[in-house]
Design a protein around this ligand. Sequence first.
Ligand code: NDP
Length: 387
Amino acid sequence: MRRISVFGATGSVGVNTLDLVGRRPEAFEVVALTGGRNVELLAALARRHRAALAVTAYPQCLAELREALAGSGIEVAAGRDAVTEAASRPADWVMSAIVGAAGLQPGLKAMEQGATLALANKESLVCAGPLMMESARRYGATILPVDSEHSAVFQALIGEDIANVERVIITASGGAFRDWSLERMASATPEEAASHPNWEMGQRITIDSASMFNKALELIETHEYFGVSPDRIEALVHPESMIHAMVGFSDGALMAHIGPADMRHAIGFALNHPGRGHVPVERLDFTRLGQFTFRAPDERKYPALRLAREVMEQGGHTGCAFNAAKETALDAFIARRIGFSRMAEVVEETLVKLSSSRLGNTVMTLDTVLDTDARARDMAARVIAAL
Ligand code: NDP
């Protein structure tokens, strides 16, 4: 039996993970499930999967969780520290699917016990890539990317020498506004931005897809995880979302990973790794698929992509500041305090204002990351207030 924990169990990736786990209950023992405000779902999942521990990130939700799990024998806890503590419970495989920088510390903690970390939380690598990769080395942990593009690159690289990689192309659906003009995007509402044409995902990543901040995070994630230099990483708009990524080699060969827009593909790969197992996703019928189309992303519409390149060039803590500013700007957009196009302006302005504080400094510890995160959130809030 494999002992597993799911962080962010009540989210889109978490629920998909538990869908796969629940199909083979004899193969898994569920150690810890964590969630946020959706206590009802957390309790239902904990009961269904007979988890040993259920944790909500919010202390104010503890009483509700305790009541929902009364008589079940399932241990309950609440708060940020309790979430991180849950990651120290012995487990063989841990899904990191909390959204945002809040996913960093549980992931680092899980690696301390040498667990396999299935990493959906791309923010961990964007904020603290060197720290994550160093932790994996130090504790003998394995990080498996669960972002569909990065799972695709990982699979294309099996048995390959990274030195032979000429280019990595990660595809983008183009999000909700791929056919909108820049002018129309400026007045888009959170509801419009949160409606994805191809993927069923959480609200925040869906809005990040519309602004391409999600793709920007993924460019940085590719650089941090695979160690590919920024000039070899490309984003390509592919509205059908069937090709998830392509890797080009020195002999001109291009390996593409193709599959339906269903996260259980990448989650299933990580769950079955190093082997492969049955995953209940749609099997593609190429005679019915029609066309695959591609276009270059319009960087005027998506300044996040240019910012991502600047972040990769500067390195150090710049990714952490970028992500923190992006999260703060996203909160303000969701709260209707700023317009859609203002998000990129806030992030850029925050990075400019923090540029004198040596963000590129490469000595990285958890404390320096948390400090940068706090400073960037504070600066982004000030930039927003001054708009
Ligand atoms: P969701 O918004 O659907 O779920 C997020 C999860 O994190 C929920 O369980 C939520 O709890 C919990 N959560 C929210 N805030 C906190 C916090 N401060 N501390 C602890 N837990 C918290 O997100 P997704 O599942 O869409 O995405 C999760 C991660 O996976 C993100 O990093 C995303 O970028 C990445 N990803 C997602 C994909 C997808 O298809 N959805 C694809 C590839 C990557 P609750 O809902 O109970 O409040």
